[in-house]
Design a protein around this ligand. Sequence first.
Ligand code: PEP
Ligand code: MG
Length: 756
Amino acid sequence: MMLELLRQTVQEVNAAESLDQALTIIVKRVRVAMGTEVCSVYMRDQATGRWVFRATEGLNANLLNEASLAVDEGLVGLVAEREEPVNLENAEAHPSFQFLPGIGEESYSAFLGVPIIHQRDVLGVLVVQQTKRRRFDESEEAFLITLSAQLAGVIAHAEVTGAVPGDSDAGVAVPARISGVAGAPGVAIGTAVVVSPVADLYAVPKRKVEDRRAELRAFKQALEKVRVDIRSVSDNLKGELSAEDHALFDVYLGILDDSAIGGEVAALIKAGNWAQGALSKVMIEHIRHFERMEHSYLRERAVDVKDLGTRVLSYLQAEDHESRVFPERTVLISEELTASALGEIPRENLVGLISVRGSGNSHVAILARAMGVPTVMGAVDLPYTRLENLELIVDGYNGNVHLNPAPELRERFQELARQDLALSRDLESLRDEPSETTDGFRLPLWVNTGLMADVTRSLAQGAEGVGLYRTEVPFLLRERFPSEEEQRQIYRSQLESFAPRPVTMRTLDVGGDKALPYFPIEEDNPFLGWRGIRVTLDHPEIFLAQIRAMIKANEGLDNLRIMLPMISNTNELDEALRLIHRSHRELVQEGIKGNLPPVGVMVEVPAAVYQARALARRVDFLSVGSNDLTQYLLAVDRNNARVADLYHAYHPAVLQALAAVAAGARAEGKLVSICGELAGDPMAAILLMAMGYDVLSMNSTSLPRVKKAVRSFAHTEALSLLDEISSLEDSSAIQQRLQEVLVERGLTQFIHNPMD
Ligand code: PEP
Ligand code: MG
């Protein structure tokens, strides 16, 4: 009963157009549910901090938005300050009671107020009142707390939605900040373009037509336009994807052919149906057909069929549909950004990206980083469908989106963008300079790659090698496992592009948050589940094909290194090594020339930190995957926006683990590198150098900054800084100290504090 009530209320409130509407629904429902005489909500005013009487059932509604209490005033102020309920038999008798003239609460004695808290922030206070002198009982109090906790997120969302003027209201645009997860660094100020399907295949009315030819012509034209679109998407992505990845688009084109769906629609039109109706009927049948498939991969193809049908329908609906003109500075927004949505917009117009869903490690975020487009992921509170054409700020450093920014804030971000630009210009000059400290210590900087686009960018930034080639990326971009020969070609082009520089290829790392569309893994705890080496050791056929393809691709180049992800014990490593040695031996027998490539282990599980020496003894190098290592050490999901505040890259435990891995590898005389995002942080880079890391590998966008930092310090200074930092016991103290050092060095451009 209560659950049902909660569900209904949340649903209704969710659909509200504005905060006021949402609050009105809440007070109405709560009053009825609790059988009280009064229910009101007081909300904090962003500018003044006062508690404003915002919604009521039972008190004087004429004073809504007018009556208010100072931040520490009244029982409402008390509830907010204590962040807990206040339940009183006789409100007036309480020392904190503050009479608000005119709202008409004189006759009510009983008072129960609970705070509305979202992400530790008290947004407002929910109050119920009654004439009768009595304490609200425990279950009533518990009910109100539950309701308020459930509604806090919805209210926060409505507050943001309310900041965007809707169609119906004259709505004053209020500044709002929506936080998500940092996807790709940088800031952008631009105009929102929302990508969402306009046409609804399920809402097409049935209609008969006389002029069948005209309908047929319209349908053919719409088909042709969609074909052109798909081709241009595919062309736009040419620079970003390898040639093989285009195969997907050909499959799309095939579906439209006369011999397939196109033919069925034409037949219905010839039988007298109008084009839209015919299309909708055929597409819906096919979508249902796919949705009923046993195999989840085929089931998921229903989405593709629907997407195609929707595209054709939207052309039919707007016959003169011009190709979309993108604003000069476009910020692309979508509920779930996809690679193909990215391809629809010319690169020169694209300044920023926002995805409501997804995380910092979604495929799109990886792509965005490779392309250097500031990106915010996981902006769950963003009322994205209402943002078209609005100006907004994307803060890819802190993972924030700012709507209707106040002029001062806009100016601050503009300045930041100017500084970024000046900095990258300034850093360009470092391209051919060595990564070397002021006292002559060399620290090689390598890059992480995955997409074709990374290759050119990386070389342009002066990368000395590839420390992590994420082989799952080409796997993610296709419809099935690539064959050994397909893989050989992909790997060959990576190795060739960088030769003679070393290229470290990681064996397939799927599972966790990286799911292949054709190899779904469903688990309750995917990050603790079947991922990385665990998957490939269970499927030696996949592992062996990959190793063989790598070794073959290496023939005559000899710059390959192989790296194993998610190793958590020595058995896994021994088993993987056995398979690698066997593959190499067999290939040599088959006539392939080349040495056994160096093999390394990724240290990304805490167990591997403690076993660094045992692991290092068996291989040629260790490389720390600090993204995963941090999440496992701190028990913080790296993609969960809710706990992002706890993901401390500078946590003393993380730094100690990093130092221990370096020491372990060195004790065995083996090379040690790091390829997590931490390596791309200029100050962390200095600490890592001091710990003894031989190579830092990062996304190409970070490389020039890190080089600048390395060239600003003496190796001896780095050592004493590490020593000093080692005595600090919490991450914010460490971060603060590192920022001070940046300021002392005149490197303030590298500091990106969150801005409100
Ligand atoms: C890491 O975990 O730090 C890493 C480099 O691997 P990935 O981000 O691909 O999981
Ligand atoms: Mg990892």
